[in-house]
Design a protein around this ligand. Structure first.
Ligand code: FAD
Ligand code: DLZ
Ligand code: SF4
Length: 508
């Protein structure tokens, strides 16, 4: 009997498990552009366009390879606009009773598929290096789930940057070499850009018409939309960006949206690039003397360390993880996250490039928008929804542990050993944003004081009981306690006044 093989929008890999299990002669591949997936959060139009264009090209390739593909376009008249209804529709059409699918990267969709009244076989997603069982047994019995130890296991497992049992160069981690402030000159032109082909142009028109009201610009559209283009993008970055990737990983520069970053999260997460092959290509650049070890190790750690680790956490912690709010933060997400006027130059620049390119790099996500949301006490569920919507690489399995855990400390310290909070000083050291800001980063109180300075102490005071005993935060509390009492009162009063303006919707 014919079986349905469901391929989701972020499963565009030729080696995806469901496809490996399928039979060309007997089975039908089901792919569908649906409103329910594109609209359950207000995804950035560039992200939707990227996925639809990549899905259409992937489907065409499968057909050319001899598969029967039942593809639903968003504007097909009979499109029922949800994955479960599509499956029922296709089951009737083809007389199928069984669905094969690779496990989705979101609990919501896993549950939806489990409830479909057909026999659904859900296969593990083997594009990842660690299986759920492997991560669970690594985590079992550990008091703290620190990424660094998990990462070393992944190095041993993959053999990447290993010399026998020892790490290449004698150290597991070269992060101490990777914290240089912003350079004066950037020698990398940024990600390779691709002119939209005819199919992509059709998708852009569709997305503009149907999702034009979502935050974000669909034009200019420059993403790769198939595996070949994504590989060309990767090769160009390895040649030109990778050598200085490590040095400037934490830097931020106005007018330099990408610096030396790879901008490959969207391709890896949708399946256009394979993580292990990508790491091997990067390792080869080091072996051939084309990139230094600090850059190569730093990059490989992000992929086989952080990327695998956050996925492990997402599936270990379960569907309720996105609701964590251990710090009891309830402030609504301010309009400035959606592009409303703000005088904070770092926030304006990060939100603006998010709007134009559906991209911000790690330190912007963590130490600008994330840091601000945490200091201001914004509801982590709303912060989570924002990040899930606005970035082209955002899927819940990777976004939620980064936002709920690493950035907002809403999980109480499962991912981060202390909250990632800083005053304006950190942003000033790592960027040039403060030079053109209406606020003064050196001022600690008063109208012109950098809001990060005010909110930093406000946050530490609000959560004193929780954090004062954390050895990594003790120094901050000592500094605060040494301040004159009237100075402390002024800081807190100015922070309150600033938050009142934020709540009132006054441009701040
Ligand atoms: P590079 O800096 O060039 O790094 C290379 C790759 O390493 C990335 O493409 C990514 O695959 C991987 N990587 C690096 N850091 C992480 C990390 N912390 N977790 C998982 N993978 C990592 N990453 C996503 O893929 N999707 C998200 O929705 C996402 N949301 C984030 C939200 C917050 C608040 C924070 C702090 C981080 C988030 N990240 C997310 C991780 C990271 O910021 C992005 O992967 C990275 O900025 C993507 O840009 P890039 O491809 O240029 O990455
Ligand atoms: C993110 C997304 C979007 C915007 N649209 C679709 C779609 O129309 N069809 C589809 O199959 N998948 C889409 N996706 C990806 C799914 O939402 C994704 O599989 C889940 O978020 C799990 O990672
Ligand atoms: Fe951001 Fe403060 Fe610097 Fe302005 S002064 S750019 S608000 S850190």
């Amino acid at each position: 009997m014919t079986r349905l093989v469901l391929i989701l929008g972020d499963q565009l890999s030729p080696n995806i498990n469901a496809l490996q299990t399928a039979d060309r002669a007997r089975d039908v591949i089901v792919m569908a552009e649906v409103m329910d997936e594109a609209g359950y959060v207000h995804h950035h139009p560039k992200k939707i366009a990227f996925l639809f264009a990549a899905m259409r090209k992937f489907a065409a390739k499968l057909e050319a390879d001899g598969w029967r593909v039942a593809y639903s376009r968003l504007d097909d008249e009979d499109n029922p606009q949800s994955i479960d209804k599509i499956l029922l529709q296709r089951a009737t059409e083809h007389g199928a009773e069984e669905v094969i699918v690779t496990e989705p990267g979101e609990w919501r969709l896993i549950r939806l598929l489990q409830d479909v009244p057909l026999t659904v076989r859900m296969l593990p997603d083997t594009r990842f290096i660690a299986s759920h069982q492997e991560f669970e047994s690594w985590a079992k019995g550990r008091k703290q789930l620190r990424m660094e130890y998990f990462y070393r296991d992944m190095r041993r497992k993959t053999g990447l940057l290993m010399e026998g049992d020892a790490p290449a160069g004698g150290q597991w981690n070269y992060d101490h070499e990777n914290r240089k402030p912003a350079p004066d000159v950037v020698t990398f032109d940024g990600p390779k850009r691709f002119a939209p082909d005819a199919e992509t142009e059709a998708v852009l028109a569709l997305v503009e018409a149907r999702f034009g009201q979502h935050f974000g610009d669909v034009h200019p559209f420059w993403f790769a939309t198939d595996a070949e283009q994504a590989r060309a993008h990767l090769e160009a970055w390895i040649a030109e960006g990778l050598p200085l990737f490590g040095d400037y990983q934490d830097a931020m520069l106005e007018g330099q949206k990408f610096l030396y970053h790879a901008v490959i999260g969207l391709y890896l997460n949708a399946g256009l690039l394979d993580p292990l092959e990508t790491c091997k290509a990067v390792e080869n650049a080091w072996k051939n003397g084309r990139a230094p070890l600090n850059a190569v190790e730093g990059f490989i750690r992000q992929i086989i360390g952080w990327r695998e680790y956050v996925r492990g956490i997402y599936f270990l912690e379960g569907p309720e993880y996105t609701q964590c709010n251990i710090l009891g933060h309830h402030r609504p997400l301010p309009a400035l996250f959606w592009g409303a006027d703000t005088k904070m130059n770092c926030m304006a620049a990060t939100v603006e490039q998010t709007r134009t390119d559906a991209y911000a790099h790690h330190i912007q996500r963590l130490m600008v928008t994330g840091n601000f949301a945490l200091l201001a006490g914004i509801d982590p569920a709303q912060v989570h929804e924002w990040y899930l919507a606005v970035y082209a690489d955002a899927y819940e399995w990777v976004e939620a542990p980064n936002v709920i855990g690493m950035s907002q400390f809403a999980d109480g310290g499962i991912v981060a050993s202390k909250p990632y909070v800083s005053s304006g000083n950190y942003i000033d050291r790592m960027s040039d944003y403060c030079k053109n800001c209406a606020y003064k980063v050196k001022e600690k109180t008063g109208e012109k004081a950098c809001p990060f300075n005010l909110l930093y102490w406000h946050f530490l005071t609000r959560h004193r009981d929780r954090f004062v005993g954390n050895p990594r935060m003790a120094q901050m509390y000592r500094t605060w306690d040494r301040m004159a009492e009237d100075r402390r009162e002024t800081v807190l009063r100015d922070a309150e006044k600033w938050l009142e303006k934020l709540d009132a919707g006054v441009p701040v």
